[in-house]
Design a protein around this ligand. Structure first.
Ligand code: NAD
Length: 345
């Protein structure tokens, strides 16, 4: 347990896009955190941090050396997907809390090894499922949990953009199956499955089709997946790396209405219908949230750093990371075999 007055010594592994847009500014903005060190083998990535004028203790090319030399309380893991497991295990061994980027790993064996090691050591670990910190989604969740649309029976999630490369990623690693472990399904549908489970509950079966439609790459650039949540609720996910955003967001249908969280318009709306005594339906629109005050990454970091001062688990925790990866890998199996896959824990 850490005292409230003591500053948390923080290390960041990987100084690329998500470290620069979310993790590092989040720690620098928090008065209770001290950014002790950053590790990245690429000089050009470390140079970007210096150019921004960000102040931090030490630079390392080798994260293992950083963990050995620095007495860190917490580490962010912001590296390509297949590196997450060895880095998470090393941080657990070094006794730090962890903010681990999604997907937590690229195989169930690896994911379970992180969970087992974290539970054994009592490590507190949060997964970077940033859409849970989007204010539109937070307002939608509050309304659903308050019974605003009755019992949900359908959800759709659409996340799309033009792809990480060329774009914000520091190399084209996202398109290399050996480093990324998958394509748009691994990168983006992992967020979609997590947010769907957060809104509705556990996915019980998945059917999926992935394809490489537009990019000349070795991994999938588009995915459509059907989710079942028991036999009274279902939903679908569409994610892709090949289009401008278009409609991006989430729509949840329930017995009494619908809520949509529209990222492009920055609005969360609830539409409910009531029947009048003469049998007509009257629709009521309520704006749950109009405009976003804080980017979801900023809000995520504020939550994470605040909870470093407290005891208890973070949310989303390692179990959420494992459960979501299971759906991603089942969706790949479904696409490969043409079968519907039941999700068994
Ligand atoms: N939560 C979100 O919204 C979100 C958004 C973007 C990326 N991500 C995740 O963050 C991770 C990184 O993605 P990115 O977009 O920042 O990629 P990126 O290419 O911009 O950055 C990756 C960084 O890792 C560094 N790296 C590679 N090998 C390393 C090693 N052995 N030790 C230390 N550093 C090493 C690279 O040099 C690079 O600086 C991925 O897992 C991705 O899925 C999450």
């Amino acid at each position: 347990m850490k005292g409230i007055m003591k500053k948390h010594k923080v290390g960041v592994i990987g100084a690329g896009a998500i470290a620069q847009a979310c993790h590092i500014p989040g720690y620098l903005a928090d008065g209770n955190c001290e950014l002790s060190a950053v590790a990245d083998p690429e000089e050009k990535c470390l140079a970007m941090l210096r150019e921004k004028g960000w102040k931090f203790g030490h630079e390392y090319r080798d994260y293992k050396e950083m963990l050995k030399k620095e007495k860190l309380d917490v580490v962010s893991i912001c590296t390509p997907n297949t590196l997450h497991t060895e880095m998470a295990l090393a941080c657990i061994e070094a006794g730090t809390d962890i903010l681990l980027e999604k997907p937590i790993a690229t195989s169930m064996k690896d994911a379970e090894s992180i969970r087992a090691a974290a539970k054994k050591k009592g490590t507190r670990l949060m997964v970077g499922f940033s859409h849970r910190f989007n204010e539109l989604n937070l307002s939608a969740k509050k309304a659903i949990d308050a019974g605003g649309i009755g019992k949900p029976y359908m959800i759709r999630v659409r996340f799309a953009h033009t792809g990480p490369w060329p774009g914000w990623a520091k190399t084209d690693w996202f398109y290399n199956p050996k480093i990324a472990g998958g394509g748009a399904l691994m990168d983006m549908a992992v967020h979609a499955f997590d947010i769907a489970q957060w809104f509705i509950g556990p996915v019980s079966a998945v059917s999926c089709k992935t394809a490489t439609l537009r990019k000349n790459i070795e991994v999938d650039d588009n995915v459509v997946a059907v989710m079942e949540f028991g036999d009274k609720c279902m939903g679908y996910v569409e994610c892709g790396w090949t289009s401008p955003s278009g409609f991006t967001g989430i729509e949840i249908m329930g017995d009494n209405g619908v809520i949509y969280s529209d990222y492009a318009k920055s609005k969360a709306i609830m539409v409910c219908g009531t029947s009048t005594p003469d049998g007509k339906m009257e629709m009521q629109n309520s704006v749950l949230k109009d405009g976003i005050e804080k980017a979801q990454w900023k809000r995520e970091m504020e939550y994470f750093t605040k909870h470093l001062d407290e005891t208890g688990d973070f949310s989303p925790d390692i179990d959420a990371g494992v459960d979501t990866l299971r759906i991603v890998l089942s969706a790949y199996e479904s696409s490969r075999t043409g079968r519907r896959i039941e999700i068994k824990k």
